[in-house]
Design a protein around this ligand. Structure first.
Ligand code: C2E
Ligand code: CA
Ligand code: CA
Ligand code: CA
Length: 274
């Protein structure tokens, strides 16, 4: 049977409603997730390509809902940003990451993702200060990963906040570099300690000379600005070779370790370090 144009539109709208209902459900369940203790942090190692040591771990948020199962941060973070729930969730993440890192046997850094919504809160520097005091984590062991979004829409406020955070001794990495808008202008205006090249470039580098050229260009940019560059999403030895040949400073990806739980330092990672 052939569908009339009217029917097609009907299906399309049913799909939209379904999607909107699903998002509303996620938004609702998110409001209870903290109280129900449904969040966990996993940690993925970041490795120096110069010293071959682990330099830190990125904390990655996981949500397991009792009925809906695992929901990806790529799905729920944008919804939490829309509802404002990201403020409570983000504070939980920062506190949990600092508390856990303070209990590691190593002095490795912990890198925490910060939503642009959090960066624009005027009291963010105070929150970071009190969490550091409360958990006893040395400020130099904390790195905040931020994307450009907040820096573009509210440049003055974001810059003010970043400067106060850096004054605490906390470092700041620019996340997802290459995927935003005016990356070059942002790099010029903000005191970043690290540039993270988004994994999309490395994942395409096998087939795409253009992706390789972009990786080289970002590495050259980092060198000339004196900012270390970390490449995300390293899965293969070929990709690692490209990075080493081009003088990349640090790397992170499945080749070195998947995001995994870490209450205390796992023996496996302690062995890798040796
Ligand atoms: P991101 O900050 O760019 O994090 C890197 C993502 O790449 C993570 O996905 C990580 O698991 C994945 N990944 C790591 N190595 C590889 C690899 O070798 N290959 C591939 N294909 N992927 C790799 P994940 O954990 O699903 O997180 C997705 C995004 O959700 C993050 O992207 C970040 O933007 C956001 N996110 C995660 N946790 C938090 C959080 O605590 N707060 C905020 N605001 N955002 C978070
Ligand atoms: Ca990140
Ligand atoms: Ca991201
Ligand atoms: Ca990324």
């Amino acid at each position: 049977a052939k569908a009339s144009p009217g029917e097609t539109i009907c299906y399309y709208q049913a799909g939209m409603d379904e999607d909107a209902r699903h998002r509303r459900q996620i938004a609702n369940e998110l409001r209870h997730a903290l109280a129900r203790d449904e969040f966990r942090l996993l940690y993925q190692p970041q490795r120096s390509l110069r010293t071959h040591q682990i330099s830190g771990y990125e904390a990655l948020l996981r949500w397991k809902h009792p009925r809906l199962g695992h929901i990806s941060p790529m799905e729920f973070i944008p919804i939490a940003e829309q509802t404002g729930e990201i403020l409570r969730i983000g504070e939980w993440v920062l506190r949990a990451a600092c508390r856990e890192a303070a209990s590691w046997t190593s002095q490795d850094k912990v890198a925490v993702n910060l939503s642009p919504v959090q960066l624009l809160q005027p009291d963010l520097p105070e929150m970071v200060t009190s969490i550091l005091l409360e958990t006893g984590l040395a400020p130099r062991r904390l790195e905040l990963e931020i994307t450009e979004t907040a820096l573009i829409t509210e440049k003055a406020r974001a810059l003010h906040s970043l400067r106060r955070i850096k004054a605490l001794g906390v470092s700041v990495a620019m996340d997802d570099f290459g995927t935003g808008y005016s990356s070059l202008d942002t790099l010029h205006s903000f005191p970043f300690d690290k540039i993270k090249i988004d994994k999309s470039f490395l994942l395409q580098s096998g087939e795409s000379p253009q992706a390789q050229a972009i990786i080289r260009a970002v590495l050259a940019l980092g060198r000339s600005l004196g900012i270390p560059v970390l490449a995300e999403g390293v899965e293969t030895l070929d990709q690692l070779k490209l990075l080493v040949d081009e003088g990349c400073d640090e790397a992170q990806g499945y080749l070195f370790g998947r995001p995994s739980p870490m209450q205390a330092e796992p023996a496996e990672q302690a062995a890798l370090r040796a």
